[in-house]
Design a protein around this ligand. Structure first.
Ligand code: C2G
Length: 153
């Protein structure tokens, strides 16, 4: 009997934390299905993304550890997906610990340790600093610092 694993996420600005989780989930079974949050669903989640859904799902489809990628359009599609794909294991990173325990009625539920010190939010904030408008602010700050330094020279 084939063991199918499923997980869901936005996977914006794909990074090593995402890859590590997907590889570990794949190692739990024979097949890994990934539900990728659509842009519309992310607005329901109140989550901003940099990379559009069409690209995010293509990146997931390109991974060796992923056998199928499907759109995640609503919170409550998981039970239908589990039945339709005969899923044995539902898995998420540990930041979701306990949030999906109701799925234990349908399959095994696992929460794997989240990879620390890396997140799409951090990347987004770093990118924001590099935006042109912020470079103007950085230049003003540098001019102010150099004028203060000149006073002490
Ligand atoms: N993750 C991780 N380590 C990180 C960042 C993320 O293990 N440093 C895991 C998360 O725990 C999650 C998966 O990677 O299991 C995808 O993370 P997100 O793209 O942030 O997913 P999210 O927006 O939380 O959507 O229905 C479930 C939701 O769609 C989850």
């Amino acid at each position: 009997m084939k063991t199918t694993v499923i997980t869901y996420g936005t996977f914006d600005l794909f990074h090593i934390g995402h890859l590590s989780l997907l590889n570990r989930l794949k190692s739990l079974g024979d097949e890994l299905i990934v539900g990728v949050s659509t842009d519309e669903f992310n607005s329901i989640k109140g989550k901003k993304t940099v990379v559009p859904f069409a690209d995010r799902i293509e990146i997931i489809r390109g991974l060796r550890c992923v056998d199928l990628a499907i759109p995640e359009e609503q919170w409550d599609q998981k039970i239908g997906d589990i039945a339709h794909h005969e899923v044995s294991i539902f898995g998420m990173g540990s930041d979701w610990e306990g949030h999906f325990d109701e799925l234990k009625a349908y399959c095994k539920v696992v929460y794997l340790p989240r990879t620390e010190d890396v997140s799409s939010t951090h990347f987004r904030k770093t990118l924001k600093v590099l935006e042109r408008s912020h470079i103007g602010e950085l230049k003003q700050a540098l001019d102010l610092i150099s004028s203060i330094v000149e006073r002490f020279d």
